[in-house]
Design a protein. Structure first.
Length: 178
């Protein structure tokens, strides 16, 4: 193989790594955004249930519906569920998960935007200038740093859904390769 062919193969290999990182960053941004929204909803629902159940004799508990026999039993269930949620919520550490998913979502979102810029610059210049190669090395280090926070048990169905989205949004044939 001659020197020119080796150079083209080297560029193709570099582009493959950059494009894979770009597509993975898009997937991660979508995945961790969805996980964040889910946990925020769980947290809000639990907070609401706890707040409703904790009203005691005033507020919601004072409504006329609770004066009936059926209502009194229903109120026992509502207040019982609120009590259980109040005890279980700290054990579930939803706040910690929300914080972790927030870091992952914002980190991967920033990485995605930076890689998108790199990919656009490569498309315009039809090459990988040294400045872009250095920028990619810096981005790769940040990807590695975020990996320590990754979901230990990722939702495979959610990943498959977002992988399909990424496959439609970032078409390999639209990415420049010499």
């Amino acid at each position: 193989m001659n020197e020119a062919a080796l150079g083209v193969e080297s560029i193709k290999t570099q582009l493959n790594y950059i494009y894979n990182s770009y597509r993975t960053a898009s997937l991660n941004k979508k995945y961790y955004g969805a996980r964040l929204v889910s946990y925020q909803r769980y947290n809000s629902a639990m907070e609401l249930a706890i707040a409703i159940g904790a009203t005691g004799s005033g507020g919601v508990a004072g409504l006329a519906i609770w004066g009936t026999i059926t209502g009194q039993y229903a109120w026992l269930w509502v207040s019982g569920i609120a009590t259980v949620l109040g005890v279980v919520k700290p054990i579930l550490q939803i706040g910690t998960k929300i914080e972790n998913y927030t870091k992952l979502y914002s980190g991967h979102g920033n990485i995605y935007l930076e890689l998108k810029s790199v990919v656009e610059d490569i498309d315009v210049s039809k090459s990988i200038p040294p400045k872009l190669a250095e920028q990619y090395v810096t981005i790769r280090k940040r990807i590695t740093d975020l990996a320590g926070l990754d979901d230990p048990k990722p939702d495979k169905k959610l990943i498959e859904k977002f992988q399909a989205d990424v496959n439609q949004e970032i078409l390999p044939e639209k990415l420049w390769v010499p």
